[in-house]
Structures are given as C-alpha cells and as structure tokens.
Design a binder for this molecule. Structure first.
Ligand SMILES: CC(=O)N[C@H]1[C@@H](OP(=O)(O)OP(=O)(O)OC[C@H]2O[C@@H](n3ccc(=O)[nH]c3=O)[C@H](O)[C@@H]2O)O[C@H](CO)[C@@H](O)[C@@H]1O
Ligand SMILES: C=C(OP(=O)(O)O)C(=O)O
Length: 437
C-alpha cells in the first residue's frame, strides 16, 4: 500500500486543468455496451476506478483502443456473455461501484445482466433496490443469491416500456434503468429520476447514438424505445467534485489557483456554497480564479442570524461528495457551520483525525458535525492518518497541506480511485508531497 508524505504549511500557486468526471465516465463507459458500432470517448480520467471498468469491459469482449492518455474507442460487437458466469467476473465485477451499470445495457441489448455486489466507498449502506425494481418494472425476472451476494436479471423476450416512480433519486440507479429502457419496446417514463450532470451527459450521449430521451435535466425522463443504437463521439465534462476539491485546497492553504475550463454553468450551487463559507472566487470566462484569502474567510449566517447548515440533496441540491471537503475547509473559517450528511451514515467519522490535528469539531451523530472555525489563528498540526474513503482522503490531504509539519497518509489508493495524478499536479503548484510505494 502506498503512502503520501506531505510537508504542510506552504502556499501554492498556479493553474490546474480539471480531470474528466469520474462518475460520468463510469456511466458512459457502460453505455458502449449498447451498440455494436464504434464509440469514441474523450476526456476519460486516468484513475483507478475508471481503469478497472475499462479492464472489465475488455474482459467482456469489448474491443478497446487507447488513442491517447484520456481518449479511447470501444466496440462491443462481440460481447462474451459467458464471462458473466466466470469466477473471474465475480472478483473483477465487485472491485468498484460503477460496475453495477453494466447490468442495464446488457439486459436491454442481450436480455440478461448479472453482477456481484459492487464495491466503492464504504460510507454506509448502499442498497441497489432502485436499480432492480426498475428492471422488474420493465419486465425482467430478478434473482439474488444471498450466499454469494450475486444479482441477476433476465428478460429473454425483451423489455417493455412502462411508467415508474423511483423510490429514491438514485444516480447510478437512474443511469442503469435509462440504459435498459432505451432498447425496450414502447415508452418508459421515469419520475423521481436523478438529474445530476452525469445523467444529463449520459442521456445526451444516448440521444447521439439514436435514443429518444426527453426531459433531460429534470426528474421526469421519457424514453421512447428504439430497435438499435449506433456509434458516437462523446466528451466527458470536467469533474465538478475535483473542481470543488481544488477550490477548498486553495482556500485552506491561502493559495492563488486558477482552475481552467471548469464548465462553470454545469457546477450548479457548488461555487455559491463555497461563497457561503466566505471564500472569494471569481469567474473569468470559463475559468475559476481563487485569489489568496488574505484576510481569511468568514462563514455567512442565515438572514435571521441562525447558524449556516450545509446539507446534501439530490441534484440540483448539494452533492454529498463535496461535504467532506467543505467540512475541512470550514475548520479554518471564522464562524461556525453545521455539516449535515443526510445520504450516507458513515462518511463523517474521519473528523476524528481532524480533531487530533487540532480542529474544533463536535460530531453530533453519524450524520451531523458542527465546525467551529479557527480563523487561521491556529494552524492544524501534522499527523499520521489513513484514508477511509475517496473524499475523506482528499480532505485529509488538504488538511495535511495546510498543517504545520510533516504528515503521512496511508491507503492512498482510496484517493487514486478518483483523483488523477494528484501528487504530480500538486507538486506543479509548489506542494511538498511525495508518494512512497
Ligand atoms: C459511481 C457514482 O456515480 N457514485 C455516486 C452515486 O452513487 P450511487 O448511485 O451509488 O448513490 P445513490 O444515488 O443510489 O444514493 C446514495 C445514497 O443516498 C441515499 N439517497 C439517495 C437519493 C435520495 O433521494 N435520498 C437518499 O437518501 C441512498 O439511499 C444511498 O444510500 O451517487 C451518490 C449520491 O450523489 C454519490 O455519492 C456517488 O459518488
Ligand atoms: C462515493 C463516491 O464514489 P463511489 O460511488 O464510486 O464509491 C465518490 O465519488 O465520492
């Protein structure tokens, strides 16, 4: 297991180019299974989870050609369905969360899809009911092997479109059901659909392949089934979670950073959420410029003077994937904020490490933490820590970069799952960070 060694307390400076979005990549890569024609995808982030999914597609028989570091073509004209019954699939399939989204396209195109319980962050319960209820609504037979945690759906006579109301606006669940429905007979209507930019991008790509999806960007999607889909070219958006992480890092280390080509209009309430913590940031064309926060940053209260709450919600609410970063950034603000992680029940436990480093945090319960900012009057202290999940890992890295002294972070594979060459890019900004293998 690799380690990051970080000498904190240095100001950084420079430009960063955001990577392509991890969660969009995981969806659109699965969509290549829907056609026998060639699909080209650009701006694919070179990160562990995405590379594992590309490897899984290769094992399924998808012909994969790497055009350059972040562009590939895929052709699923000879899919090997027997691989789904192999022991190797039981291992490879569970290595990441995104693998669940092979089920919808396989079911839609070939009438069957299997998956072992997928991996991903250990951040609380992560049920898959929404996915499978959706497939059942489309007419699939479902089975689950409890001993092996193995899920399967089959529809030998094809799927039939229908109306469905999802029990929750699940991101990967919506993507999976949409990918099954595009090849179903008749019209499918999905209400309470998730509508994150990841889903919008997937739907636009599917339409470019010949699908007929309307309602994109809303929670009501209508999908008129088609006989078959063709190839296309698709470009993945910049990763909004990575962009938020760079904003947080700049503020907390009081650095001047410009995030290039950030696709500002796709960021929803992310920029204003950082502004609520008092962080200065400026839109320059499609770049985000974060100046040195010379006087620190002060958390805004509500109009009536009550304490600010930052809580996650399905899009266009605040993504849960940025709450850990917002939390760590608040430790140096002036003022107080309540962080309420509603979706996941085990995502805030990493605050223990921040408390060890000197941060003033009260963990009220597994979902809520109150942060009392230091206002840069006292620096965090360096320490040794382990990355529990991808976003907590990044937050601990930000804490270490701002702290006095040398910290180490173990289990950095968790950070590599979602952040492309983060150590190299940080060094380019002047950070003192070393990867020890
Ligand atoms: C690979 C991928 O794309 N992963 C993202 C995806 O995971 P994923 O698609 O697995 O997450 P879901 O959207 O299914 O739900 C996440 C959790 O939130 C709960 N929930 C969901 C919807 C809702 O309205 N209320 C609610 O409480 C669910 O019960 C679940 O525990 O979306 C999550 C929520 O944005 C993100 O954290 C993950 O980074
Ligand atoms: C929770 C996340 O990822 P995954 O769903 O892949 O575990 C994340 O990206 O923050």
């Amino acid at each position: 297991m690799s380690i990051f060694k970080i000498e904190g307390g240095h100001q950084l400076k420079g430009d960063v180019i955001p990577q392509g979005a991890k969660n969009e990549a995981l969806q659109v890569l699965c969509a290549v299974l829907l056609t026998s024609e060639k699909v080209t995808i650009n701006n694919i982030p070179d990160i562990l989870d995405v590379n594992k999914l590309i490897e899984l597609l290769g094992k399924l028989g998808v012909k994969t050609e790497k055009l350059n570091k972040n562009s590939y073509t895929f052709q699923a004209d000879e899919v090997n369905l027997s691989y789904l019954e192999s022991d190797d699939f039981r291992q490879t399939g569970r290595a990441l969360r995104g693998s669940i989204m092979i089920v919808g396209p396989l079911l839609g195109r070939f009438g069957k899809g299997y998956i072992p319980k997928p991996g991903g962050d250990k951040i609380g319960r992560r049920r898959l009911d929404t996915h499978f209820e959706g497939f059942i609504n489309l007419g699939a037979d479902f089975r689950y092997n409890r001993e092996e945690y193995f899920y399967g759906v089959e529809a030998p006579n094809g799927l039939t479109g229908t109306y469905m109301l999802l029990d929750e606006a699940s991101v990967t669940g919506t993507a999976n059901i949409v990918m099954a429905a595009v090849l179903a007979k008749g019209t499918t209507t999905i209400y309470n659909a998730a509508c994150e930019p990841y889903i919008q991008q997937l739907c636009k790509m599917l339409n470019a392949m010949g699908a007929k999806i309307t309602g994109i960007g809303s929670n009501l999607l209508t999908i008129e089934g088609v006989e078959e889909l063709k190839g296309c070219k698709h470009r993945i958006l910049p990763d909004m979670i990575e962009i938020g992480s760079w904003i947080g890092l700049a503020a907390m280390t009081r650095s001047e950073i410009t995030i290039k080509d950030a696709a500002w209009d796709e960021l929803g309430i992310i920029p204003t959420t950082f502004s609520k913590l008092g962080i200065q940031l400026e839109r320059r064309g499609d770049d985000i410029h974060i100046p040195v926060q010379t006087d620190g940053y002060e958390i805004q209260n509500y109009i009536d003077g009550s304490i600010l709450t930052l809580a996650d919600a399905p899009w266009p609410g605040l993504t849960p994937d940025l709450l850990s970063v917002l939390l760590v950034v608040a430790t140096q603000a002036r003022g107080e904020v309540l962080i309420h992680q509603k979706m996941f029940e085990s995502r805030l436990f990493f605050v223990d490490k921040l408390i060890d480093m000197g941060a003033k945090i009260i963990l009220c319960d597994p979902h809520r933490a109150v942060i009392i900012g230091h206002g840069f009057k006292s620096q965090l202290k360096a320490t040794q820590m382990t990355s529990p999940d991808i976003r907590a890992g990044m937050s601990l890295l930000i804490a270490a970069l701002s702290a006095k002294g040398t910290s180490t972070i173990q289990n950095i594979e968790q950070i590599d799952r979602g952040y492309e060459n983060v150590d190299i890019r940080l060094r380019q900004l002047g950070a003192k960070i070393e990867r020890i293998d």
